[in-house]
Design a protein around this ligand. Sequence first.
Ligand SMILES: [Zn+2]
Length: 104
Amino acid sequence: MAWPPQRSNPLPASGSAWNRLRAQLKAQWQREGRACALCHQPIDYNAPAGKPRAFTLDHILATSHGGEPLRISNLRAVCASCNSARGNGEGRRSRFDYPTSRTW
Ligand SMILES: [Zn+2]
């Protein structure tokens, strides 16, 4: 019946709703010429994914921390380079964050 979004089980940032929202926001922000929310450098909205200046959609509050994946106010434009610098994952840390050895 009802589908209360469960905080303990956040929706994954995928699926057609996500793709639609992403395309909508990308088109809107491209018109506005919105820059990266983190480094404030211009975003190349036409760059293919994987390019450092390519557009990525970032959750301000990660869904793993209760952020709503499809809420526009929880989303911002971030360049690919900043996004990957943040770890490009929710609650997942880059392997570089884990020291492999420790000198005591
Ligand atoms: Zn950036």
